[in-house]
Design a protein around this ligand. Structure first.
Ligand code: GAR
Length: 195
């Protein structure tokens, strides 16, 4: 099975969905480590399963480039085939990109290139769109700018606020992430853009 590392900053419901998927027979990936950039509840999903975790906080390093190198080293120790940013609220730097470029993916709660950044759900609501969604994309040096791998739409309902809309997006995002990770680590699979 392919070795997947997950990075998160918060509650980690996406990570939990991926961990649950890895427990199903035939799922082609296992999670070998879950890392965070801060004290994050989401690490608990891994700890409960006996999966290693680490925290690599910017504040514990001299500067951003030292932090980036430490993050690359912490990940490399687990020899991941794929690194998944699932609610990781920091931009990775050149050391992580050099080590894992091309096998580093992010999940984002909007239909990129629309609404990049940390407030995608709020920004979509403010723009008055009737459809938003979730995107899994390759990470490059920009903010949510890497090539899109898979997207799925989510309708905005009248009366939605940021919390209700984000929860509905995350329902879809969890499925999209589980399916896309499986496709990415399966060499012979026909790459389908799942909808
Ligand atoms: C997800 O919607 C993810 O796409 C988003 O944070 C949420 C994490 O949910 N990430 C970003 O907005 C990154 N810019 P979770 O903590 O429940 O897994």
């Amino acid at each position: 099975r392919a070795r997947v590392a997950v990075l998160l900053s918060g509650t980690g419901s996406l990570c939990a969905a991926l961990l649950a998927a890895t427990e199903r027979p035939g799922y082609p990936a296992e999670v070998v480590v879950v890392g965070s950039d801060r004290v994050a509840d989401g690490l608990e999903h891994a700890r409960r399963r006996g999966i290693p975790t680490f925290t690599c906080a910017l504040a514990d390093h001299a500067d951003r480039s030292a932090w980036d190198r430490a993050l690359a080293d912490a990940l490399a120790r687990y020899e991941p085939d794929l690194v998944v940013s699932a609610g990781f609220m920091k931009l990775v730097g050149p050391a992580v990109l050099a080590a894992f470029g091309g096998r580093l993916v992010n999940t984002h709660p909007a239909l990129l290139p629309a609404f990049p950044g940390a407030h995608a759900v709020r920004d979509a609501l403010a723009a008055g769109v009737t459809v938003t969604g979730a995107t899994v994309h390759l990470i490059d040096a920009g903010l949510d700018t890497g090539p899109v791998i898979a997207q799925r739409e989510v309708p905005v309902r009248p009366g939605d606020d940021e919390a209700t809309l984000h929860e509905r997006i995350k329902d879809v995002e969890r499925e999209l992430l589980v399916e896309t990770v499986a496709q990415l680590v399966t060499p012979d699979s026909t790459r389908k853009t799942s909808r």
